[in-house]
Design a protein around this ligand. Structure first.
Ligand code: CMC
Length: 455
């Protein structure tokens, strides 16, 4: 009997017993045995396959799914994504409505708590986050230790990991109020750390937070304040940044969120865990793509060179950065919103000439059989970099700008994972492809040039 459903998992082939509707019947042709496996939410449990054995001492059948192409690793109530229809919702609310009507901190509250805040809840939340924007003075010294041209993502990963040395109680991840405090601290401190990494690379003095300002205006103040007594952020740019933060706040089980859950499952503290997620985000196939898009547009140089560049991609030389997605097989709804925000930003900053190259790339790619057949559409990273550059950021800051809001999503997912009674330490299986047992060979008897076969 299956422990949860109570119905028979292994049935004789000739059984007349009516089969449960929500089930899967498979025959193991190695043994001729037939098994009925429960189906729930369109999935079977991989562990149910373990009862399919060829002999009592057989380990049992496993599923093999490199890169998790078809494996759900958790149940989550945070983000809903339909990649074929191009739908993205946080806690049920369409991303378009949230981007239009909310502030980033309101959305962070929604992700973390499951509901939109009331006015007083929001005021309280904003106050709490603002109270945690300062960082210990020693962190500044720590930042000073980086080389002048250190990549800001490397600095951010290290600085967030270093926070775990300041808040030793953070290890107590099972205590809800301690967890909540670390979540608030991390969301509060991310813009400060990000701004410090930016100013370090420019050799500018660090600027302390101004808690009278909104989350994004305060961030802009820490980035760009020079000698003026009070930095005044352009409201259109501050709102654009807020929208970009909302769009980047969560995206269900992507590479960095999966890292957050995997590292968090070992019960590491949230600073170490978030640092690991930021490291995952830094890769060019994930958050680092926004930086790569700008490099690609620079390399293309002008609109008339787009067809030649596309031909090069089709010939197998590299990828069109900012295109394609594991889940979206339709236009990324975030890219659509970003395109609109770009127009608003350019009203203030002037048009970034790279937009014309990007639009031409998109136009040609969307008409091209190669991209149509593979369902490759622009993703969130395709246009975000063009906006960031127009706002004054250098490309190596782009992924840092992604990490700030995604921290809210990572922490919501981390919290959900910790509260999920079904979750344990994440530990996949493998198919061993190495040698059978063999005896040790003394060094003087070993043949030269023998390589260990990898893969
Ligand atoms: N340009 C050209 N060809 C592509 C691209 C691209 N950007 N993306 C996928 N393909 C091709 C790929 O070569 C493969 O072709 P074939 O079937 O002939 O072998 C086919 O499309 C399927 O791609 P895949 O590599 O199996 O897809 P995946 O789900 O493993 O990868 C991806 C998804 C996002 C890593 C990939 O599309 C990619 O590398 N895109 C460029 C980097 C990028 O923009 N990343 C940001 C992703 S969105 C935001 C985020 O996660 O941070």
């Amino acid at each position: 009997m299956h422990p949860e459903t109570g119905y028979l998992a292994h049935t004789a082939p000739a059984s007349d017993k009516p089969l449960p509707e929500e089930s899967l019947t498979v025959t193991d042709n190695r043994t001729g045995k037939t098994y009925t496996i429960p189906v729930s939410d369109g999935t079977i449990r991989a562990t149910d396959l373990r009862q399919i054995k060829t002999a009592p001492d057989d380990f049992g059948l496993m599923s093999y799914d490199p890169a998790f192409l078809n494996t759900a690793s958790c149940r989550s109530a945070i983000t809903y994504l339909d990649g074929d229809k191009g739908i993205l919702r946080y806690r049920g609310y369409p991303i378009e409505q949230l981007a239009e009507r909310c502030s980033f901190l309101e959305v962070a509250y929604l992700l973390l708590n499951g509901e939109l805040p009331t006015e007083s809840e929001l005021d309280d939340w904003v106050r709490q986050v603002s109270a945690h924007t300062m960082i210990h003075e020693n962190i500044k010294k720590f930042m000073d230790g980086f080389h002048y041209d250190a990549h800001p993502m490397g600095m951010l990963i290290s600085a967030v990991a270093a926070l775990s040395t300041y808040y030793r109680e953070a290890r107590n991840i099972h205590e809800p109020h301690i967890r909540k405090l670390q979540i608030t601290r991390l969301i509060g401190k991310m813009p400060t750390l990000a701004a410090h990494s930016y100013r370090h690379s420019l050799g500018l003095p660090y600027v302390y937070p101004d808690n009278e300002l909104s989350y994004t205006k305060n961030f802009m103040h820490m980035l760009w304040k020079k000698t003026e007594p009070k930095y005044s952020a352009n409201p259109v740019l501050a709102r654009a940044l807020d929208i970009l933060f909302i769009l980047h706040a969560d995206h269900e089980q992507n590479c960095s969120t999966n890292t957050m859950r995997a590292v968090g499952s070992s019960q590491a503290d949230p600073y170490a865990t978030t640092a690991a997620a930021i490291a995952a985000l830094s890769g060019p196939l994930h958050g680092g793509a926004n930086e790569e898009v700008l490099r690609m547009l620079d390399e293309i140089g002008s609109k008339d060179r787009v067809p030649a560049y596309i031909a090069q991609i089709k010939a197998g030389h590299g990828k069109l950065m900012g295109f394609g997605h594991r889940v979206y097989k339709n236009y990324d709804p975030r890219a659509r919103i970003i395109k609109r925000v770009a127009e608003e930003v350019f009203q203030v900053t002037g048009r970034n000439p790279k937009l014309d190259i990007a639009l031409e790339l998109e136009r040609i790619a969307l008409e091209d059989e190669f991209f149509i057949r593979r369902k490759l559409y622009p993703n969130v990273d395709f246009y975000s970099g063009i906006i960031y550059q127009a706002m004054g950021f250098s490309p190596d800051m782009f992924t840092v700008l992604f990490a700030i809001p995604r921290t809210a999503g990572w922490l919501a997912q981390w919290q959900e994972m910790l509260e999920d009674g079904e979750q344990k330490i994440a530990r996949p299986r493998q198919i061993y492809t190495g040698h059978e047992k063999r005896d040790f060979v003394r060094i003087e008897e070993r043949a030269p040039g023998r390589m260990v076969r990898v893969g």
